[in-house]
Design a protein around this ligand. Sequence first.
Ligand SMILES: NC(=O)C1=CN([C@@H]2O[C@H](COP(=O)(O)OP(=O)(O)OC[C@H]3O[C@@H](n4cnc5c(N)ncnc54)[C@H](OP(=O)(O)O)[C@@H]3O)[C@@H](O)[C@H]2O)C=CC1
Ligand SMILES: Nc1nc(=O)c2c([nH]1)NC[C@@H]1CN(c3ccc(C(=O)N[C@@H](CCC(=O)O)C(=O)O)cc3)C=[N+]21
Ligand SMILES: [Mg+2]
Length: 284
Amino acid sequence: MVKLLDGKKLSQKMNVQMKQDVAALATQGIIPGLAVILVGDDAASHIYVRNKKRRAEKLGIRSVIEELPVTTTETELLQLIDQYNRDPEIDGILVQLPLPAQIDPWHVLLAIDPHKDVDGFSPVNMGKLWSGRPDVIACTPLGIMKLLAANGIDVAGMDALVIGRSTIVGRPMAGLLVNADATVTIAHTKTNDVKAIARRSDLIVAACGVAHFITADDVKPGAVVVDVGMDRLPDGKLTGDVDFEHVKDVASAITPVPGGVGPMTITMLMNQTIQLAKGRAQRE
Ligand SMILES: NC(=O)C1=CN([C@@H]2O[C@H](COP(=O)(O)OP(=O)(O)OC[C@H]3O[C@@H](n4cnc5c(N)ncnc54)[C@H](OP(=O)(O)O)[C@@H]3O)[C@@H](O)[C@H]2O)C=CC1
Ligand SMILES: Nc1nc(=O)c2c([nH]1)NC[C@@H]1CN(c3ccc(C(=O)N[C@@H](CCC(=O)O)C(=O)O)cc3)C=[N+]21
Ligand SMILES: [Mg+2]
C-alpha cells in the first residue's frame, strides 16, 4: 500500500504550535509582519497569495500584500523593497517569482535584507545552505523535508533526483537533500534522458511545471515521489508534475496535488515569519 504524504494534515498539526508562538509574541507586544509583493499575474503565484493571506489571518500574522501591475519597473520594485527593509514592523519580505521580463530577479534578490529574506533566496542565505550551514531556508523544499521526516522517511543514502533547477525549488531542494546525506542529481531541460535517471532513483522530486511529466513507467517500484507542480490540465483542473493515479500503484509514498507540498510551503512561510519576529522580540 502506498503511503499518502498528507501536507494538509501535517500543516494543521503545526498550526497549533504556531498559534501558541504568535500568542507568546503578542504578550511582548509583537505581531509577526509579512510583506508579499506580486508583480503581474503568474497563475501559481495567485494561488499562493490567496492561500497565505487566509492562513496568516487564521494565525494572527499581519500580512501586507502588494499587487503591482505587470508594467512595474525594476526601480519601482527596488524602492518598495527598500521601504519594507526599513519598516520595523515587517519581519519577512517575499517577492513572488517569476517576475516580468523587464525586472532582473538577481537585482531583487540582492536588494532584500538577508535578515528579512523569509524565502531564503538571497545569495547570503542560499550560500549558507550550500555551505552546509542553513539559516533561513526556501519554504517549498523545507516543507518537503518536514513532510518526509514526519512520515518516517530518511533520505540518507538515497539516490535522489530533483527535476528543475529554479531558485524557488530545484536548487535549494538539492542543497537540503545533499545536507541530509542523499546522493543528488539535478535535472533540467538540457539533461540527457531524465526518465532513465528517474527509473533508477529512490526519491524523485518533480518540479518542472509540466503536467503529468512523471508517469508510472518512470518510477522504480517502492520509490518515494514528491510532486511540486501546480499545473493546469486542458480542462482547467489543477494537477501536478506527476500522474498520481498511476504512479501511486508503483511508489511507496507520494504527495497529492492539491494537499501535499502546497500547504507545507505556506506552513513553512508562516513559521519562518514567526521565527524572524522572535528575533525582533529578542533585539527589542
Ligand atoms: N507547491 C508549491 O509549493 C510550489 C509549486 N510550484 C510549482 O512547481 C513547478 C516548478 O516551479 P518553478 O521551479 O518555479 O519553475 P521554473 O519554470 O522556474 O523551473 C522549471 C525547471 O524545470 C526544468 N524543466 C522544465 N521542463 C523540463 C523537462 N521536460 N525535463 C527536465 N527539466 C525540465 C527547467 O529547466 P531549465 O532550467 O533548463 O529551463 C527549470 O529548471 C511549477 O508547476 C510551479 O507552479 C513552485 C513553487 C512552489
Ligand atoms: N518567492 C516565491 N516563493 C514561493 O514560494 C513561490 C513563488 N515565489 N511563486 C509562486 C510559487 C508557487 N507557490 C505555491 C505555494 C503554495 C500553493 C498552494 O497553496 N497549493 C495548494 C493549492 C490548493 C488550491 O487550489 O487552492 C495545494 O497544493 O494544496 C501553491 C503554489 C509558491 N511559490
Ligand atoms: Mg491506479
